[in-house]
Design a protein around this ligand. Structure first.
Ligand code: ADP
Ligand code: MG
Length: 707
């Protein structure tokens, strides 16, 4: 253990008083490596021991905390299967019964032995059975180790930390006490004072102090809602650092990278628009306006286009790509899967042929000779528009003059990928398109370094999709509905979950469904599509489905994104309970693309979890991507939503994207304003801020190279 003078916030947790090697391991499970990390472990809730009451003075309906001694404890049988665990507690004024209907027996009885002192809080209710006084059901309860502790903590607001197995609350609290006592004095302020004043936020040291050791007059309600002054400061701080990193990246696009300024509305565009079979929607015109403004500047466009499934993003992409070609540059359209790349290729090809443009597909299905030809045509500029997967910008692919990259259905086009482009000497304009509806708070963090625009209007004439839920025993009804549609000349998708070989569950797999349907409906022309089908076969099958020679496509989720066959009016999703909400919404987006009424049939299999039920209910209730996304966030929580963890977003340790969404915009405004004044944080007043930022972004090297 180092002497006091040598303490540093970067001390490994073993240096903290009371932490040996074993506890250090346990702390690491909470992702706590250093003393500073520990400061960021905020209490998940608080116990208000400042208001300990006497049992005799409590009334039914009150939320209250009492301390007392356990007189008796044990399990009571209420019938053959129902049991409850009960504790009787006594203080100097009376008795209180505490009850649990859900409990782990052995553990409870041992833990709450008579004679122990406890502190217990919850809602008081009248004892229904006996009519004798008050009881408290499923209370918060904690054993007070000794009189000393109960003395020491009474009259205080006690932090309760998120604990980990093997480390009880008392030990954790003791460790944190030591951290608070020894390390908070080392904490330095790094947010400029004028910002703190504007937002009425306390200094950093005070914020940690008051969050870990709330003063008695602190409102416990505010603490529980994460809205005490100290907590607000720490939440703001985290968003501020995050937005600062995004502001720096945004600025880097603007200043460091020089791109090509295009002339817009050139001859190709004029001809193309004349040939369009429909009028562009108002929303398409609006976003094209944004995009054209970007393309006219010599800074590379860095824009996200968000539009719900079916809103017509592909047309927007094509017009942008034609602008690049009008200017003598090449365009690339990248899709996340081979299948989607092929579909894009097939739908863009007729337009390009009409315009006399050379378009090609870079696919892994190509023979070596074909691939070599595509490569050399890309390098020579013979190919003006290329469609492919991400492999397009990787490895040894060379372009002659790459002017615009459009990335479809991709959540995030990372800084690293952009760097990869830059390293090849390319600074193309980049347009990322996504149908994943995201609430604004998330957009500002996930895509905070991009300009964002939205297609908020659907092409005209779309009829709503009727969504229904079936249980498997009523699958026949769903099938006959499909049969009816087929007889009317429509087509259908039947989607089955991916087959995981290790899974022994009795799943309706694509192959089984396919075989079953062939027997049951011998007149249907059915195709079976899954990941293991060869590229050429897949292409043939998709072509047949597009042309209508196949009526039903039984497929795994490889059809999830991008497929566009307007005559397909029904999608049946087997094991719908296994899919996530965003995925179900994407899948449903495969229908409702034409002039005919469409159906989405969700076939659920028992057992179905409450969350799954909520997902299916949300699908039946709404077709609005934003409502669905919100519900998804509610069901899953933000960490999981869109795989935020993998998106390159630094982990938020304190702030919460939903709970604290209101802090994001102010933090963003301050961060962008600061970077505008001090673009590389070289002002000596920002030295500590710069250090904090580098620490915050950690080993993600991209920002370190900017600063
Ligand atoms: P997404 O945004 O899901 O990628 P698509 O670009 O695939 O949507 O468009 C869905 C369908 O709408 C396509 O069949 C497309 O041809 C059609 N479409 C696009 N724009 C319009 C429009 N302005 N008017 C009518 N139909 C349109
Ligand atoms: Mg699309």
């Amino acid at each position: 253990m180092p002497s006091t003078q040598k303490l540093s916030l970067t001390d490994p947790v073993q240096f903290i008083k009371g932490v040996g090697p074993k506890r250090a391991e346990l702390l690491k499970r909470l992702a706590l490596e250093t003393a500073e990390d520990c400061l960021h472990l905020l209490p998940s809730r608080y116990e208000d021991r400042s208001q300990v009451r006497k049992i005799a003075e409590l009334r039914a309906g009150e939320l209250a905390t009492v301390t007392g001694t356990i007189l008796d404890s044990g399990i009571l049988r209420l019938g053959r299967r129902r049991r409850l665990f009960e504790i009787v507690i006594e203080d100097e004024s009376g008795l209180l019964h505490a009850k649990w209907f859900k409990f782990r027996d052995a553990y409870m009885a041992e833990r709450f032995a008579p004679g122990l002192k406890v502190i217990i809080s919850g809602k008081m209710t009248d004892n229904k059975y006996l009519g004798t006084g008050l009881e408290i059901v499923h209370p918060d309860i904690e054993i007070l180790q000794d009189d000393e502790e109960s003395q020491a903590t009474s009259g205080q607001i006690i932090p309760v930390y998120p604990s980990t197995e093997g480390l009880n609350q008392k030990s954790l609290r003791q460790i944190m006490q030591n951290v608070v006592d020894n390390y908070i004095p080392l904490v330095e302020e790094f947010i400029p004072n004028d910002i703190l004043t504007r937002h009425k936020l306390p200094q950093r040291r005070k914020a940690f102090q008051e969050t870990h050791r709330p003063p008695v007059d602190q409102s416990v309600r505010d603490l529980e809602r994460f809205r005490s002054a100290g907590q607000r400061r720490l939440i703001f701080e985290e968003f501020f650092l995050l937005q600062l990193s995004l502001a720096l990246r945004h600025l880097q696009h603007e200043t460091v990278e020089k791109g090509v300024a295009f002339k817009t509305r050139g001859p190709l565009i004029q001809r193309f628009v004349q040939h369009l079979p429909f009028e562009l929607t108002g929303a398409q015109k609006k976003v094209l306006g944004n995009i054209m403004d970007d393309l006219e500047r010599d800074q590379p466009m860095n824009r996200l286009l968000h539009g719900d499934v079916g809103s017509g993003k592909t047309m927007v992409a094509l017009i942008a790509l034609l602008t690049a070609i009008d200017n003598g540059y090449q365009g690339a359209l990248m899709a996340p899967t081979e299948l989607l790349a092929e579909q894009h290729f097939l739908s863009l090809k007729p337009f390009c042929e009409k315009l006399g443009l050379s378009i090609d597909l870079a696919s892994s299905a190509l023979t070596n000779a074909e691939r070599d030809r595509v490569r050399s045509d890309l390098a020579s500029g013979n190919i003006q528009l290329v469609v492919g997967t991400h492999s397009l910008i990787q490895k040894d692919v060379q372009f002659n003059k790459l002017g615009l990259v459009v990335i479809d259905e991709q959540h995030r086009f990372g800084v690293l990928q952009r760097e990869a482009l830059g390293k090849k000497g390319w600074q193309p304009h980049v347009l990322v398109m996504t149908a994943t509806p995201i609430p604004r708070s998330l957009a500002m963090t996930l895509y905070g370094d991009m300009d964002i625009c939205q297609l908020d209007e659907m092409p005209p004439g779309r009829l709503p999709i009727t969504t229904r839920r079936f249980y498997e025993n009523r699958r026949e009804e769903a099938y006959s509905l499909i049969d009816g549609e087929i007889k009317k000349g429509r087509q259908a998708y039947i989607v089955c979950p991916l087959i995981d070989e290790s899974e022994k569950v009795d799943l309706h797999t694509a192959t089984e469904v396919f075989e079953g349907l062939r027997r049951q409906y011998p007149t249907w022309k059915i195709g079976l599509l899954h990941g293991r089908i060869k590229n050429e076969e897949r292409q043939d099958m998709m072509r047949a489905f597009k042309e209508g020679t196949l009526q039903v496509l039984v497929a795994t989720t490889i059809i999830e994104v991008g497929i566009d066959v307007p005559n397909a009016t029904t999608i049946l999703i087997e094991h719908a309970e296994r899919f996530g909400l965003a995925q179900l919404h994407q899948l449903r987006g495969r229908v409702g693309r034409g002039q005919h009424h469409s159906h989405c049939l969700l076939v659920a299999h028992h057992p179905i979890t409450p969350e799954a039920k909520r997902r299916l209910d949300a699908m039946v209730k709404s077709q609005d991507g934003f409502l669905i996304a919100e519900e998804d966030l509610n069901i899953r929580g933000p960490g999981d939503f869109m795989g935020t963890r993998q998106s390159g977003l630094p982990l938020l340790r304190i702030a919460h994207l939903i709970r604290d969404a209101e802090f994001i915009a102010p933090a963003r405004k301050e961060a962008f304003a600061l970077v505008e004044k001090d673009p590389d944080l070289s002002n000596p007043e920002h030295a500590l801020l710069k250090q904090a930022l580098l620490h915050y972004v950690g080993d993600r090297g991209d920002l370190a190279s900017i600063l």
